[in-house]
Write a protein that binds this ligand. Structure first.
Ligand SMILES: *Cc1c(COP(=O)(O)O)cnc(C)c1O
Length: 456
């Protein structure tokens, strides 16, 4: 150990990464070496101290390079969960900085000096924008679903259509979630057809809620039917059973204007009579990760009082970013101008074609081994929304007879910032739909650098 730490490579690494990190990495390498010796899986050449030290330093370097960093998303998937979903508006980024440099009144009402609810910073804005009576915030929409079920349905039954018993991802399966939070699932109807009468027949004194889930990550087409929310809410009201609508995607404005007519809008769901509406903050809303619950004040009071609420609470960064994002929605044209996701959704195929032509023209004379040309392509909203609906788009296609496309993709990812692209039929596609126009120039420079390095 001491020989390793005294070696030249690790002395250099210590200056950069600090003593603790180098010690930790050296200890790990030695213990792996011991295991290898015990299993006699060692290569014939014994490893010298310097060689081992170099390997440890290299691992530290690799780990540092792979850690969290900005990425250019040229995949054409606008809401990529692996890439942090919605990029924030500049106003939201500024708001995070403002509240985090010093203290902020996250839970103090400045008028009275008394303790307050932290959701209050955004609750009224959410009510204005959705028409709901009250609003509450938790750390994500999975948390919102869990909390609503735990607070309103524990020990009783939740009615869900067979066609909506979905898995959202990461093992978050609705039947399991309902069971985990102490409620009993009562599936109604069939996979493809569920009617209001199916719900009506299933309601008993054991029924705690009707849960309607927007099946955002898959679609049932063909011989299919589900009740209109208006009709279901009438039944729920008549029977005195709360109707919970998980719309998932969180649109505050109508996405029909972008050619996505199927996306539920929060205000329309409230208007149709849902008692609670649940959605994500970082999907179509274009804000920070959070779960938003809007609806009846009476129900939200029970939700806020539940002990699980404390485990799901949001931090001041989320509150500040969401508040700034919601401010932009007060004037919808301002939201379209300033919220990155809406700007991307709003870019026309013509604008994208012009940008693809410009980027290809810039790259062509500077890339010696790659041919760059604009091609029409398809983009996707992603993030579990609008699964099968491609949006017409444009990409720059890079093709080479001499270089490996996979090597170029690897070099693009090795850039700082990294560039993530798609490979199709041995060609690399840089989709401009998930890139903001002001990023075209730096993207071009990063592609040139990666192409230079990908030469054989
Ligand atoms: C995305 C989604 C969720 C989960 O939201 P998170 O904010 O990722 O936790 C839940 N329900 C539906 C219908 C969704 O689309």
């Amino acid at each position: 150990m001491s020989a390793l730490l005294e070696s030249e490579p690790l002395r250099a690494a210590t200056i950069h990464y600090g003593r603790l990190a180098v010690r930790w990495a050296a200890r790990k390498a030695l213990s792996e070496l011991r295991v290898a010796v015990q299993q006699s899986a060692l290569a014939s050449e014994p490893l010298g101290v310097t060689a081992l030290a170099e390997r440890i330093a290299e691992e530290l370097n690799d780990h540092e390079a792979a850690a969290l960093q900005p990425v250019f998303n040229a995949t054409g998937i606008l809401l990529h969960t692996g890439l942090g979903r919605a990029p924030l508006a500049a106003e939201a980024v500024r708001a995070i900085a403002e509240v985090s440099e010093g203290y902020c009144n996250v839970e103090i009402d400045l008028a009275s000096g008394q303790r307050s609810q932290r959701s209050q910073a955004v609750a009224q804005l959410l009510c204005h924008l959705t028409g709901a009576e009250a609003a509450h915030l938790v750390n994500n929409n999975a948390g919102a679903t869990a909390l609503a079920l735990a607070a309103l349905a524990a020990g009783r039954e939740v009615l869900v259509s067979h066609g909506q018993l979905i898995e959202i991802g990461g093992g978050f399966r609705l039947p399991d979630v309902i069971a985990t939070f102490g409620a009993r699932l009562r599936p109604v109807g069939t996979t493809n057809k569920t009617r209001v009468s199916d719900y009506a027949e299933a309601i008993t004194e054991q029924t705690a809620a009707i849960l309607v889930v927007h099946p955002s990550n898959y679609a049932i087409t063909g011989f299919a039917q589900s009740p209109r929310l208006e009709d279901l809410s009438k039944l729920a009201r008549d029977k005195g059973v709360p109707l919970i609508h998980d719309i998932g995607s969180g649109a505050l404005i109508d996405f029909a204007q972008f050619g996505c007519p199927e996306e539920p809008v929060a205000s329309q769901s409230i208007e149709a009579g849902a008692d609670l509406v649940l959605f994500s903050g970082d999907k179509l809303l274009g804000g920070p990760q959070c779960g938003i619950i809007v609806g009846q004040g009476r129900l939200l009071e029970s939700v806020v009082k539940h002990p699980l609420n404390r485990a799901l609470r949001v931090d001041k960064f989320t509150l500040a970013a969401l508040r700034a994002t919601l401010h932009l929605y007060r004037q919808p044209e301002q939201a379209l101008r300033s919220i990155p996701l809406l700007r991307m959704m709003n870019s026309s195929p013509d604008q994208l074609r012009v940008r693809a032509e410009r980027l290809a023209a810039r790259l062509r004379p500077r890339l010696t081994d790659w041919e760059a040309k604009p091609v029409s392509d398809e983009a996707f909203v992603g993030g579990g929304t609008i699964p099968d609906q491609a949006i017409p788009s444009y990409s720059v296609e890079l093709n080479s007879n001499t270089c490996e496309v996979q090597t170029l993709a690897d070099q693009l990812r090795a850039n700082a910032p990294a560039v993530l692209a798609r490979i199709r039929e041995d060609k690399l596609l840089l989709c401009l739909h998930s890139i903001l126009p002001e990023q075209d120039e730096p993207l071009g420079a990063l592609v040139e650098k990666a192409a230079e390095k990908s030469k054989v």
